[in-house]
Design a protein around this ligand. Structure first.
Ligand code: XIL
Length: 367
């Protein structure tokens, strides 16, 4: 093996520097120092996915398909650091069926293919949501040309078609997304208005029938700790499971902000869903701040990531931890929360922030 310049240093420098010096076992092929074998920095400085695999958890990211097409560093970093991917937008209804009966699977197919090529699993996101619905659907409901019976059939077909398309390729499906208000009442979406609360059980049954091996998840924000909203999910999950409805996972988005503080009782919240026999996951973690970013804010941000990760690692039911983008270069935050940003573990130039270090240390510490 040809040594790179990086490794052409005196043995003493190797011993005292950042490189890992091991015994003769575990050699990766770099030699040249008598009596010891030297592993390259990458072995001492493993990626998040390497550490996650050892810890027995999936580490994921939302993927921006435009960035994946245009940015080589993004492609490589996504492959190196993560073993789970979620489509940030391209599996949403407005993306897959922009006109009625006209499907565009290309970008979602591309992501599934990328994941397969890089040994990654895919979280499916999302089947039933009040947002990012196609215009033909929302206008049809609004003008009365699509009535309740027809709408129910449209929803069933949408779920069945999309889940079947990726059958066997999706590890967890976010079947319903954001169906509760903060006070624990059901969100007043077109689904609730037109179909009544039974749409939730229907959606889970349809999704499960279309791919019985994909875990069907509930998913929402502001449900990290124990509060009215997360308790509404707990009660719903308990009730539906008692009725035999295949609700098998609780997804906690984890969109936090340093100016609001860290939520309370996260471990307790995970534990109660676990006690129902469900899986749990952190599905969209980011930690925003009021811009401009500075060192102190980045340092404050880091333990937010770490504490959510530790909550996941502390719960047997928690099988995956996904960030909603890993570089500020493509984060959704500045576009949606005015004056806020810097919410991901890497800056716009892929520089690692303290948050990245905390994720790495947390994964290295394991369960
Ligand atoms: C966001 C995407 O990141 C944006 O690109 C898009 O414009 C809007 O949606 N909760 C969710 C995600 O479940 O689907 C949202 O993603 C962020 C909040």
């Amino acid at each position: 093996m040809k040594l790179t310049n990086r490794f052409r240093m005196p043995a003493l420098a190797l011993l005292s520097g950042a490189l890992l010096v091991t015994g003769v076992t575990g050699v990766t092929g770099v030699t040249g120092v008598t009596g010891v074998a030297v592993q390259p920095a990458s072995a001492h400085n493993p990626s998040l996915r390497v550490l996650a695999e050892r810890a027995g958890v999936r580490i994921g990211t939302a993927v921006d398909m435009a960035a994946l097409a245009d940015d080589r560093t993004y492609r490589r970093t996504t492959a190196r650091e993560f073993d789970s991917v979620t489509a940030e937008n391209v599996m949403k209804w407005e993306s897959v069926e922009p006109q009625r009966g006209v499907y565009d699977w290309k970008p979602a197919d591309d992501l599934v293919r990328y994941a397969r090529a890089h040994g990654q699993v895919v979280r499916g996101h999302t089947l039933v949501w009040h947002s990012q619905l196609p215009t033909w659907l929302t206008t049809g409901v609004a003008d009365g040309s699509i009535g309740a019976t027809e709408l129910r059939g449209i929803l069933r077909d949408h779920i069945t078609t999309e889940v079947k398309r990726y059958k066997g390729k999706i590890q967890q499906w976010d079947v319903v997304n954001e169906v509760f208000e903060e006070d624990g009442s059901l969100r007043n979406s077109i689904w609730l208005q037109q179909l009544g609360p039974s749409y939730i059980a229907d959606a889970f049954r349809w999704a499960h029938a279309a791919d019985p091996r994909a875990k069907p998840f509930l998913n929402d924000y502001n449900v990290e700790g124990v509060n009215a909203k997360s308790t509404a999910y707990y009660d719903l999950a308990k009730r539906l499971r008692a009725q035999g409805v295949p609700v098998q996972g609780f997804g906690i988005q984890g969109h936090l902000a340093i100016q609001y503080g860290f939520p309370g009782r996260v471990a307790e919240n995970l534990a109660r869903f676990e006690a129902l026999g469900m899986q749990t996951a952190f599905t969209e973690v980011d930690v925003r701040m009021i811009l401009p970013v500075d060192e102190a804010k980045s340092v404050t941000q880091a333990p937010y990531f770490r504490r959510l990760l530790d909550a996941c690692l502390g719960a047997r039911s928690c099988k995956s931890f996904t960030v909603w983008g890993y570089t500020d270069r493509y984060s959704w935050v500045p576009g949606v929360f005015e004056g806020q940003g810097a919410a991901t573990p890497m800056d716009e130039e892929y520089g690692r922030k303290p948050a990245y270090g905390e994720l790495r240390e947390g994964l290295a510490a394991g369960r």
